[in-house]
Write a protein that binds this ligand. Structure first.
Ligand code: LLP
Length: 497
């Protein structure tokens, strides 16, 4: 079947069913899904000791509210579980100056996947030697920055990149510097999905050197022969939002096999093995992610076993969790605007409601593209109060000019949800702000860190003046006449009395 020309979610709306019936308590905050500090006080959601109505009043909506203790707690749990290994926070999930500082203070490493992510981390004072630079198309300028700033690793992704890096590294060595430490990103032929992994199907993608074709071994030979580069190990990343450790174990088996091949072919015993990120989190109460301790135990065991089989010393391990550190501690607060009951007609399966309430909020796919892009599932609650009203089948949608602009596809909300109420969407800390756009000229929301009753805006809301500044015609036009940016947000009326 051909997709709808405007995308599968544009014209065809999913059948009128919500996943399961309404939960017993519509206002419940499942500890699995909500930030660790989330609690209700007199019915109102509090995050980091702050009531959401106050946060919305002070910072406007939409707003990302980040529970600092949750973020740092998860980072610390990974670091503890992987003691003796290196935990790189995958900063593509969410990066700003404050986050870079927390991650640095807490002793983790950082994975950057563009020159600008690297620049943000360096500008925040992140120690260069604890940064690895990823990317399938690193430009000469990005590689130059990596070489000049003395980062810990460049993760090589192609033969072209080796060609680009060698002269830059050679110039550093000629100037009295050290060879550039590199890893080889290996495509191990495993792609892990949420609940399964499939071997072999994944050669057909842009990342890494194929193990199966021998490219990975050829790259290792090439790098080892190059005096300006120092090959410290291999890297493998098999996917994202993975719940099952079997894929990681299979990947570890293969990449350790490659360590053996490198030793046999060159005599070099590589001391490091980076097994990437992708550890899944709970977006919904039924999701059952693996704990950092379990992942660490399984990975250590499989690597130790494979190394023993091959007579190799156990390399120093590294992992790169992004989502598992950043996502669970953040929620997005939105203000409800229009509510439209839509008749679902005769297509409703027996026993399913025949009306769906389209609850529109003041953000949408510009601050969370994941539902539209990946059909991602989120959960959401009425945040400013609880209600005893009976449940109503709802769909939370944004304000963009696009019917695929859905934030939460199917959920139950109290039927008295009304304009001006606040909704909180859980687990939006990864790949939401970082993938935000200005579609329809909506503005990027702020990020407010909360901890022990203190709220700190760590990223301010983008303003129309920021956006005008990029526009050749509008750059000198004051963005007056448009809604004030702060504290009232541009996207919405936002401020309650
Ligand atoms: N390491 C490498 C080499 C990666 O490519 C990634 C993610 C990670 C680590 C971190 O993965 P995590 O632990 O966060 O799953 N935009 C998508 C996710 C893209 C992930 C890309 N690479 C989403 O919103 O689900």
């Amino acid at each position: 079947m051909r997709a709808h020309p405007a995308g599968p979610l544009h014209g065809t709306i999913a059948p009128p069913t919500a996943a399961g019936g309404p939960p017993a308590d519509l206002g419940a905050l499942d500890a699995h899904v909500w930030p660790r500090s989330a609690t209700r006080v007199d019915g109102e959601l509090h995050l980091g000791g702050r009531p959401v109505t106050e946060l919305a009043r002070a910072h406007g909506t939409p707003v990302f509210v980040l529970d600092e203790a949750d973020f740092r707690g998860r980072a610390a749990e990974f670091a503890a579980a992987f003691a003796g290994a290196d935990v790189h926070y995958a900063s593509k999930a969410f990066l700003c100056g404050q986050v870079a500082r927390w991650v640095a203070e807490d002793g983790l490493h950082l994975d950057a996947c563009s020159g600008n992510e690297l620049t943000v981390a360096l500008a925040a004072g992140f120690p260069a030697e604890r940064i690895a630079l990823h990317g399938n198309n690193k430009s000469p300028a990005e590689l130059q920055l990596a070489v000049d700033s003395g980062i810990g690793h460049v993760v090589l992704d192609s033969f072209d990149e080796i060609d680009r890096l060698v002269p830059l590294a050679a110039a550093r060595v000629a100037a009295g510097g050290t060879p550039v430490p590199v890893l080889i990103r290996t495509t191990v032929g495993i792609e892990a999905h949420t609940h399964e992994f499939i071997a072999t199907a994944h050669e057909d993608q842009k990342f890494g050197f194929s193990l199966a074709t021998g490219d990975a071994l050829a790259a290792a030979r090439r790098v080892i022969a190059e005096p300006a580069l120092r090959l410290t190990g291999l890297h493998s990343h098999i996917g994202s939002q993975i719940f099952d450790t079997a894929g990681f174990e299979a990947a570890a088996h293969r990449v350790v096999g490659l360590l053996g091949q490198v030793r046999d072919a060159t005599g070099e015993v590589l001391p490091e093995l980076n097994l990437g990120g992708g550890f899944g989190i709970a977006y919904l109460p039924d999701d059952d992610p693996v704990s950092p301790d379990d992942v660490a135990e399984k990975l250590r065991a499989v690597v130790a076993h494979e190394c023993a089989e091959l007579g190799l010393p156990v390399p120093r391990l590294a992992v790169e969790p992004g989502r598992a550190i950043a996502a669970p501690g953040t929620v997005t607060l939105y203000e409800v605007g229009t509510i439209k009951p839509v008749q679902l007609g005769a297509s409703g399966a027996p026993g399913t409601p025949h009306v769906r309430n389209y609850v529109s909020v003041d953000g949408g796919m510009s601050d969370n593209i994941r539902t539209a892009l990946y059909d991602a599932a989120y959960t959401c609650v009425l945040a400013n109060r609880t209600s005893d009203a009976p449940p109503a089948l709802c769909r939370v949608v944004g304000k963009h000019c696009e019917s695929g602009d859905i934030l939460v596809r199917d959920l139950w909300l109290p039927s008295d949800v009304q304009p001006g109420d606040l909704l909180a969407v859980a687990a939006t800390g990864a790949y939401c702000w970082s993938m935000a756009s200005n579609y329809n000229y909506l503005l990027k929301p702020p990020v407010v860190a909360v901890r022990d009753g203190v709220a700190t805006e760590i990223v301010r809301r983008q303003t129309l003046a920021d956006v005008f500044a990029l526009d050749a015609v509008l750059a000198d036009v004051p963005a007056a006449g448009t809604p004030r940016a702060h504290p009232a947000p541009d996207n919405s009326v936002g401020v309650r009395s």
